[in-house]
Design a protein around this ligand. Structure first.
Ligand code: DGT
Ligand code: CA
Ligand code: CA
Ligand code: ZN
Length: 608
């Protein structure tokens, strides 16, 4: 008899069904249902089989009768009839091929039929041998692109970084779980996720407690924990079902602030901060801030130790070494204060001038926050490639308490995305007017215009001037060289009507590198023509890197924080746009959509 499957095996089988259905080009909603089912099963806190036995699986989010039946079967025998049939139809390696960038089910089927390719390794060999280009529908270019995709797939597997949005969703749940423990005095996120990095290697959590063992046990009870990597009283590491590693450190409350600060990083920020501490006669480490023993107080025999003190090595873990007295530090702000510095927010701790500015009192004190933002910019609807209607988007914005929302669907040349022609644009305006009567949020009408190959926008001026907002983005012909792409964008950004540069660099994190472009030159053109720059909050993109955001800010170019929403849920991407803007040192006053609707409208209106 087959041993009962555990919830992670059940989830794995559900995901496999979803992927195999994708290979068969099944309805995307059906595929999503299996993926959502897998997530719901993993998140079960108690015993999944007990839930199944009690007939209560349908109480889980997104699980109906049919899926519940399949889960019951999976629990019992590790498979289902559907999975057996799907597995019989497709060699196991085909599933891995779905992960190769630029390779969809159709192409996989064609390669399988023509060359018998059934695994990533076989695809790699066939590309290298130049056999893929011989298949109908594949050329030399496609072959080269696939090879590049394979290379990126390998790099990604080696790095295995997680998108910020996924990391924060997990850490929000973990923090809530740990904070519910009576042993938790304080729990905080640290590491790259707290700094708002676009991808995250692992999650670092810090807790203050007098009963560390009890908090570690609480972490192990988090439903998504799959493996325990290391378990100690003050340090516990686990791997979650998603593959993400979580490190939890627990210390007494008096050490919390300095450890939180240490584990927040970045490393480069710390190296420089330790240097500043030493100049002032302190040593800073994960053990806290200590005064260096005063040279006069040292015994004469310790002469050489004085020389050592200037570049003293980090104390060994667990062995703070010959340190002076510990300075009590109650908060991160107090730590910076003790070192004669202004508080440096986590998003700025990358050693890109923040400590020099903190010393000079020149750090921006009013970095933009989520609460500052009044309106959402860059929203797609069912008029082009969005999944929600204008009304649904507007209701979602109302629910979030937003003051305004700009509808900016794609323009005509974006065929792939159902772009609008002039007639549909007019009809959309009528719909927006009628939706406006049913909602509180102010609706603005705009466009996400495609920047054509020659740098023209694909709407005539007569149409652009009727709109509230014009975002101009490059979506196609991404394979130009750097000089061509720069010239194209400089021309686009130099048109006289006010515009917003959308999708700066067009990268897809972990998937597609930025297109080659000299960003500074485009920003110069934008500054001359009094345009604005978009900080795109789509967590798969965040395509204008913080250093470029900062370069825009330094040129006085205003910023719009956008969501690039294709669904109502995506309005929440604002959080990631805000984090990225903060990493680019953007202040509240730099952001157009922190302004009341009429000010915003005046600022972005074509032709002023
Ligand atoms: P990640 O996880 O790769 O996205 O990046 P981080 O920054 O979260 O790095 P991680 O998880 O290795 O370490 C968390 C923080 O702990 C890091 O930002 C700084 C601190 N840290 C870790 N190891 C060291 C170390 O060897 N020396 C110093 N100074 N700090 C360290
Ligand atoms: Ca980390
Ligand atoms: Ca870590
Ligand atoms: Zn868009």
């Amino acid at each position: 008899m087959h041993a009962m499957a555990d919830k992670f095996e059940v989830a794995g089988a559900l995901r496999e069904i979803g992927a195999l259905l994708e290979l068969e080009e099944e309805n995307p909603f059906k595929i999503r249902a299996y993926e959502n089912g897998a997530r719901a099963v993993e998140a079960v806190a108690g015993d999944l089989s007990a839930l199944a036995a009690a007939g209560r699986l349908t109480e889980l989010p997104g699980i109906g009768e049919a899926l519940a039946k399949k889960i019951g079967e999976l629990l019992e025998r590790g498979s289902t009839d559907l999975l057996d049939r799907l597995r019989a139809r497709h060699p196991p390696g085909l599933l891995d091929l779905l992960r190769v960038p630029d390779l969809g089910p159709k192409k996989i089927a064609a390669l399988h039929a023509a060359l018998g390719i059934a695994s990533v390794e076989e695809l790699e060999a066939a590309c290298a041998a130049g056999r893929v280009r011989t298949v109908k529908g594949f050329g030399e270019k496609t072959e080269a692109r696939l090879l590049e995709g394979l290379r990126r797939l390998r790099a990604r597997a080696a790095e295995a970084r997680v998108l910020l949005a996924d990391a924060l969703e997990t850490s929000d749940a973990l923090l809530a779980h740990l904070r519910a423990s009576p042993a938790a005095l304080e729990v905080q996120l640290a590491g790259s996720a707290r700094r708002g990095r676009e991808t995250v290697g692992d999650l670092d959590l810090v807790a203050a407690s007098r009963e560390p063992a009890s908090l570690s046990a609480r972490l192990l009870a988090f439903p998504l924990v799959k493996d325990v990597i290391a378990r100690g009283d003050t340090k516990t590491s686990v791997r979650l079902a998603s593959g993400l590693q979580v490190d939890l450190r627990v210390v007494p409350p008096e050490d919390f602030a300095t450890l939180l600060h240490h584990l927040t990083g970045s490393r480069a920020h710390h190296v420089k901060l330790r240097g500043i501490a030493r100049e002032l006669g302190f040593t800073l480490s994960e053990w806290g801030l200590h005064r260096l023993p005063a040279p006069a107080a040292r015994p004469a025999a310790a002469g050489p130790a004085i020389a050592l003190a200037a570049d003293a090595p980090e104390p060994e873990p667990g062995a703070p070494g010959p340190l002076g007295p510990k300075i009590p530090i109650a908060s991160e702000a107090a730590l910076y204060r003790a070192l004669g510095l202004a508080y440096v927010p986590p998003e700025l701790r990358e050693d890109t001038g923040e400590l020099e500015a903190a010393r000079a009192g020149a750090l921006p004190e009013d970095l933009v926050t989520l609460e500052d933002v009044r309106g959402v910019v860059h929203c797609h609807t069912t008029w082009s490639d969005g999944r929600a209607s204008v009304l649904e988007m507007a209701r979602a914005a109302d629910a979030l308490g937003l003051e305004y929302l700009t509808v900016t669907d794609h323009s005509g040349s974006a065929h792939y995305a159902g772009g609008l022609d002039a007639d549909r644009l007019r009809r959309q305006r009528d719909e927006i007017a009628s939706v406006q009567e049913q909602v509180k949020v102010r609706l603005l009408h705009g466009t996400e215009a495609d920047v054509l190959e020659d740098g023209a926008l694909d709407w005539p001026d007569a149409i652009l001037e009727q709109l509230d907002v014009v975002i101009a983005s490059v979506h196609s012909r991404l394979k130009m060289d750097e000089a061509q792409m720069t010239a194209r964008l400089v021309r686009a950004m130099s048109w006289p009507f006010f515009k917003i540069w959308g999708h700066g660099t067009g990268r897809l994190l972990e998937e597609r590198p930025p297109y080659p472009v000299r960003v500074e030159e485009v920003l110069d053109a934008l500054a001359r023509s009094r345009g604005a720059v978009e900080v795109n909050g789509d967590p798969r993109r965040l395509d204008l890197a913080p250093r470029h955001v900062r370069a825009a800010r330094d040129r006085g170019i205003p910023v719009v924080l956008s969501v690039d929403a294709h669904s109502a849920r995506a309005l929440r991407y604002l959080r990631f746009a805000v984090l990225t803007a903060r990493r680019g040192w953007v202040r509240r006053g730099d952001v157009l959509n922190t302004r009341p609707v009429d000010d915003f409208r005046r600022a972005v209106r074509p032709f002023g």
